[in-house]
Write a protein that binds this ligand. Sequence first.
Ligand SMILES: Cc1cc2nc3c(=O)[nH]c(=O)nc-3n(C[C@H](O)[C@H](O)[C@H](O)COP(=O)(O)OP(=O)(O)OC[C@H]3O[C@@H](n4cnc5c(N)ncnc54)[C@H](O)[C@@H]3O)c2cc1C
Length: 321
Amino acid sequence: MTKLRAGIVGAGIAGASCAGTLAAAGWEVDVFDKARGAGGRLSTRRFEQGWATLGTPFVSAKRDPFRSQLRDWVRQGWVSAVRGNVWQGRATISWAEAQLQNHYCPTIEPSQLVRKLLGSARLHTGHRVAALKPRTLVLEDGRELGDFDCVICSVPAPQAIPMLDALPLLRERLAEVRYRPIWSFLMRWDGGPAADVIKFDDHLLNLAVRQPSGGPGLWSVYATHEFSETYLEASEMEASNRAASALMGLLGLPWPVEIEASHLWRHARPENPVGGFWVGDRENRVALIGDGIAGVGVERAWESGLRLAQAILQSKEELAL
Ligand SMILES: Cc1cc2nc3c(=O)[nH]c(=O)nc-3n(C[C@H](O)[C@H](O)[C@H](O)COP(=O)(O)OP(=O)(O)OC[C@H]3O[C@@H](n4cnc5c(N)ncnc54)[C@H](O)[C@@H]3O)c2cc1C
């Protein structure tokens, strides 16, 4: 019997949870991502001394089924509850007392978590998809990959819209979705608060998270949306110098703060997602998932992929009856 086939655009958490669920049910699944690896906003940077993240620092679960997925990751030793101190304003409070409780940090590279979710799905990195057509993916080099039983797109809405000229019903559903940007930086400094997380009460900086790998004193620093919008077209040097000087002022640090990397996430967080878990064009066998549909955060994105895969599997079972 020939296997059913799915083609998925995007190997972030939404695409991976969908791909892994279909692959586990016996589908032949090909996932295409323009990046060099899986992860999307859960991707990592590698250094000689280890790895660090400029994307999502925390994972949290409000409800099942993600809560049990998270418990499973804890059992596997892939994530652990954040137990350090959070420094907020002038006081150091224990994490359990802070508003950020129920937060977990990956203990393995976040991108590896996503990689594991893919299961037996085939990942094609460095493959940018240019357009979607009924049952078909068109790659940037013009190659058309067709005859899929289902084509699924899991990229942020502003990146999906230009791919959807041949599928106007889906394109219209995304028209109102807006994202806000986040500049993030890897910085290294000595001293400062004896904390693992710093929550700033500031209009320029939002959060700093100590990195478990990558050597001593390495932190991921996240700017606010306001900062990120102001510096949207700035160079990396200009944005990171501004962030470093804000940081030193807030923490009273002397020079030098070393800036090791920076990244602008233009599509960091959707403001007005479509709602539900997925939207589909049943006739053309194309569906959209991800946080632009289901709402911001790892939990919602993961669940959107899972729910679509479950709906596809169920509809195929019904057809078979
Ligand atoms: C700085 C930052 C901090 C965050 N903090 C948190 C947090 O603490 N907790 C939390 O729950 N959430 C957080 N989020 C949000 C969370 O990361 C996202 O909601 C979630 O990861 C979205 O997953 P996704 O699979 O929908 O999209 P993505 O992870 O963006 O995956 C989309 C994938 O599609 C690929 N792609 C795009 N275009 C193409 C193309 N044309 N062809 C092929 N591939 C393509 C991309 O390379 C990417 O891998 C944060 C996000 C950012 C940016």
